[in-house]
Design a protein around this ligand. Structure first.
Ligand code: G4P
Length: 286
C-alpha cells in the first residue's frame, strides 16, 4: 500500500482548532471504531486532551466481535479511562454516556452544588478520526439531525452547544483529527474497515490482508460466505484469493474478488469481526 501522508499544515490546523475547543469542555468523548480500537485513535489526542476526563466510546459494536469488544472495554478501563461499547446507528446503550459523564464529573458537580449551582451543566465534545461515527453519536445523543460535518479536520467556527439532557451539553460539531499511519498494519485495518477513502489504497492488497486475517481468525465466516473448505484454509492466502476469484465468477480479476471481500466484510456479510486484540503489537499481528 502506498504510504499516506497528510499535509503537515492541515494537521497543525486541526490540532489548533481542537486545542482551542477543548478548553471549553469538561470532558471528552473519544470515539473509536470497535473493530479497530487502537488503530482508529489519533495519537495526538492524549497530548491535546491532557488531564480532561475521557470516555472511550467504542462505536459500531454491532459490527465488531463481541468477546474482543468486551476485552477492549476492560483494557481501556484498566488504563484509567471510562469506556463503553455502543451502536450509535441504532442508539443502543447510548444513554449510558450521560450517566457515565455524570459519574466521572461527580466531584466537580458536588463542588458546584456546594457553591449554590442547582443543576450544574457538563460540557462535552466528541473527538475522533473520520468515519468512526462521531456525527452519529452526537446526533443521537441530542436526538436531532444536525448537518454532517464531512471529513474536514478540526472543528468549525461559531459552534453551538446542543442539549443532550438537562445537565449534559455537547458541541454541535465533532473534533476531527486524522489517523496516523505508524505502521503498515494500522493502514491496512483502517482501509479494510473503510476509515480511509477507497481511492488511496490498492484493493487487492487490502483484500488480501483481510482474507489472511479471516483465514487465521474467522475461518467459519469464509466457509459460510464463500463455501471455503478446510483444505482451502491450508492454502497460501494469495492462492485462496485466486481460487475464490474463479469460484465467485470473477475469472482472473483478483481485484474484483478483493473488492467483493472488502465490501462483504464492511456490510457485515462476513459476520462480526475485530482486527486487533488488546496488548498485541503490530509485529505480532504481521
Ligand atoms: P464521522 O462523523 O466520525 O465521520 O462518522 P459518521 O457519523 O458520519 O458515520 C460514518 C458512517 O458510519 C456512516 O455510514 C454511519 O451511518 C455509520 N455508523 C455510525 N455509527 C454506526 C454504528 O454504531 N454502527 C454501524 N453499523 N454504522 C455506524 P455511511 O455509510 O457513511 O452513511 P449512511 O449510510 O449512514 O448515510
Amino acid at each position: 500500500m502506498a504510504q499516506i501522508q497528510w499535509f503537515p499544515g492541515h494537521m497543525a490546523k486541526a490540532r489548533k482548532q481542537v486545542q482551542e475547543k477543548i478548553k471549553q469542555v469538561d470532558l471528552v468523548l473519544e470515539v473509536v471504531d470497535a473493530r479497530t480500537p487502537e488503530s482508529s485513535r489519533n495519537p495526538m489526542l492524549d497530548e491535546l486532551v491532557a488531564d480532561k476526563p475521557r470516555i472511550m466510546v467504542l462505536n459500531k459494536q454491532d459490527l465488531a466481535d463481541p468477546a474482543l469488544t468486551a476485552a477492549w472495554v476492560q483494557y481501556y478501563q484498566d488504563q484509567g479511562f471510562a469506556a463503553i461499547a455502543i451502536d450509535a446507528q441504532h442508539a443502543k446503550r447510548l444513554q449510558q454516556i450521560p450517566q457515565l459523564a455524570t459519574k466521572l464529573m461527580a466531584e466537580k458537580i458536588a463542588r458546584k452544588k456546594a457553591r449554590g449551582i442547582r443543576n450544574p451543566m457538563i460540557k462535552a465534545m466528541c473527538i475522533g478520526i473520520p468515519n468512526v461515527g462521531k456525527s452519529t453519536v452526537l446526533n443521537r445523543l441530542v436526538r436531532r439531525n444536525i448537518a454532517v460535518t464531512g471529513n474536514k479536520p478540526g472543528v468549525t467556527k461559531n459552534q453551538q452547544w446542543l442539549k443532550a439532557s438537562d445537565n449534559f451539553q455537547l458541541l454541535d460539531t465533532p473534533g476531527i483529527l486524522w489517523p496516523k499511519f505508524a505502521s503498515q498494519a494500522i493502514g491496512m485495518r483502517l482501509a479494510f474497515t473503510g476509515a480511509i477513502a477507497d481511492a488511496v489504497f490498492q484493493e487487492d492488497t487490502v483484500g488480501l490482508y483481510g482474507l489472511t486475517y479471516f483465514m487465521a481468525h474467522y475461518p467459519a465466516a469464509l466457509k459460510k460466505a464463500y463455501h471455503v473448505t478446510d483444505d482451502d484454509l491450508n492454502e497460501a492466502p494469495h492462492d485462496l484469493l485466486v481460487k475464490l476469484t474463479k469460484s465467485q465468477g470473477f475469472a482472473e480479476a483478483y481485484d474484483r474478488m478483493a473488492e467483493r471481500l472488502i465490501f462483504d466484510a464492511r456490510q457485515g456479510k462476513l459476520g462480526r469481526f475485530t482486527l486487533e486484540k488488546p496488548g498485541e503489537t503490530d509485529a505480532d499481528a504481521e
